[in-house]
Design a protein around this ligand. Structure first.
Ligand code: NAG
Ligand code: NAG
Ligand code: NAG
Ligand code: NAG
Length: 413
């Protein structure tokens, strides 16, 4: 099994020195060999696959499953906030500290403890140093923006000299000047292009089936906001519409999703889950082709919502001030219960299938986030309805970035 390709994002390695490189390769081979045996240290992070289409390998420690523990008793951990309400990049509705959310500070006193190991807290200075001359892009919906903002705020605390800079198509971006590290956010809901569709007076295959209006979704065309992104970012973190693919989002009668492939409607029309599979298939192929050979591709799993007592537009709310228990999590999210927030696990099933044979790393944040019903902006989100979808910043998405940092470390070393 060949070692992972050398990544351009690993800035710490010496370049041009052949002998050390050969030695490094040998070491890597040895490491890969060791890590595939069960005798691994419990602290070893997740490993990605060998980069040639094999499924990813997992070490014995899975950062994705564990529990939130109070970290009051560890002053080194609970001591400092990672950043506070003064980070200007925080979207107003997510700034729970500034907005006076009752438990805005309380919700930060929990630490994710994976079963059998520790997930190291992202060290901003080391992150900056490791990723010199690197460009990292977040591609997805507002939940990926939430994660992007978390990383920007953490790094700004360590290095304030930033320049706003937006790579082509990006919604926003920053370069940390001293390190030449660029972070950018590319906004896209479904990854693929979509827009309103209405029946043509000249007729067509959809018209003859009685469709009058809906959304045209081109499963094989990336949204233009990120189509160029694979050509200039070294690392890409994708997600796809946290609830855009939910059964309730597009009204199946008044505004169905109508899937197009190669510019023509897919007949017979697909239901959204099948359309999602097709879109994922095409986008994975697209990224594999468009990304530079050593680029690192990650896919983040779905972010759960926590509406209780109704959906977002039915007066649902999230008033908890502690993380849920494991039992409460199952009650809220198990597929059998088919509750209000069931779509995250449903969409994840499709993601897993689409990604299992790919060379994407999976950032599985769903399980850890399902506990955090206490960490949404809730009534302080500044909207008519409660925001039980986005996350307070600072908040749990900081832990998503811990996972990202650990994953990049494992991928690049
Ligand atoms: C970053 O790029 C600059 C100029 O291209 C180069 O001098 C420097 O060595 C690079 N740093 C790393 C860590 O690769
Ligand atoms: C900054 O990093 C980018 C990669 O993100 C690289 O292409 C560029 O040469 C670097 N610039 C300098 C001055 O090092
Ligand atoms: C899940 O609940 C929704 C209503 O909330 C219903 O339309 C749908 O048919 C249910 N699905 C299953 C598999 O029971
Ligand atoms: C993510 O991790 C959880 C445990 O927290 C697990 O139950 C779930 O199956 C994992 N999902 C994916 C998509 O890997």
């Amino acid at each position: 099994m060949p070692p992972p390709a050398r990544s351009p994002a690993a800035g710490v390695r010496r370049r041009g020195a052949l002998l050390p490189l050969a030695f490094l390769l040998l070491l890597l081979l040895l490491l890969l060999h060791l890590t595939s045996s069960p005798a691994r240290s419990p602290n070893s992070p997740l490993l990605r696959g060998s980069g040639d289409g094999e499924p990813r390998q997992r070490g014995p420690c899975d950062y994705a499953s564990g529990e939130w523990v109070p970290d009051d008793d560890d002053p080194a951990v609970s001591g400092g906030l990672r950043y506070d309400q003064t980070c200007r990049e925080i979207f107003k509705g997510w700034n729970c500290l500034a907005n006076g959310k009752r438990n805005g500070r309380e919700l930060l006193r929990w630490r994710w403890r994976p079963r059998g190991c520790e997930l190291p807290r992202l060290d901003p200075l080391r992150f900056l140093e490791r990723h010199r001359n690197t460009s990292i892009g977040f591609v997805g919906d507002s939940l990926n923006r939430n994660m992007f903002v978390s990383l920007v705020c953490m790094l700004r605390g360590a290095s304030g000299e930033v320049r706003k800079w937006r790579p082509a198509g990006a919604d926003r971006g920053f370069t940390f000047l001293r390190y030449n590290l660029t972070l950018a956010y590319h906004r896209t809901n479904l990854l693929v292009r979509y827009g309103r569709w209405s029946a043509s007076p000249n007729g067509g295959p959809l018209e003859s089936l009685g469709y009058k209006q809906g959304y045209r979704v081109d499963v094989d065309i990336p949204d233009q906001t990120w189509a160029e992104a694979p050509s200039f970012h070294d690392v890409l973190i994708f997600n796809t519409g946290h609830w855009w693919w939910a059964p309730s989002k597009f009204n199946p009668v008044q505004s169905p999703m109508l899937f197009f492939e190669k510019g023509i409607p897919v007949i017979p029309p697909l239901l959204p889950p099948a359309g999602l599979d097709l879109a994922l298939k095409h986008m994975i192929i697209f990224v594999n082709k468009a990304m530079r050979p050593n680029g690192v591709k990650l896919f983040r799993t779905q972010s759960p919502r926590h509406f209780e007592g109704g959906d977002w537009n039915e007066g649902g709310s999230c008033q908890r001030d502690k993380p849920l228990s494991a039992e409460e999590v199952e009650e809220l999210f198990s597929l059998d219960n088919n509750g209000t927030n069931v779509e995250a696990r449903l969409v994840n099933q499709h993601l897993v299938r689409a990604l299992e044979k790919s060379t994407f790393n999976v950032l599985n944040i769903t399980g850890m986030s399902e506990f955090r019903a206490d960490a949404h902006p809730s009534t302080t989100g500044g909207k008519k309805h409660d925001d039980c979808m986005h996350w307070c910043l600072p908040g749990p998405t900081d832990t998503w970035n811990d996972l990202l940092a650990a994953n990049l470390l494992a991928t690049e070393s």
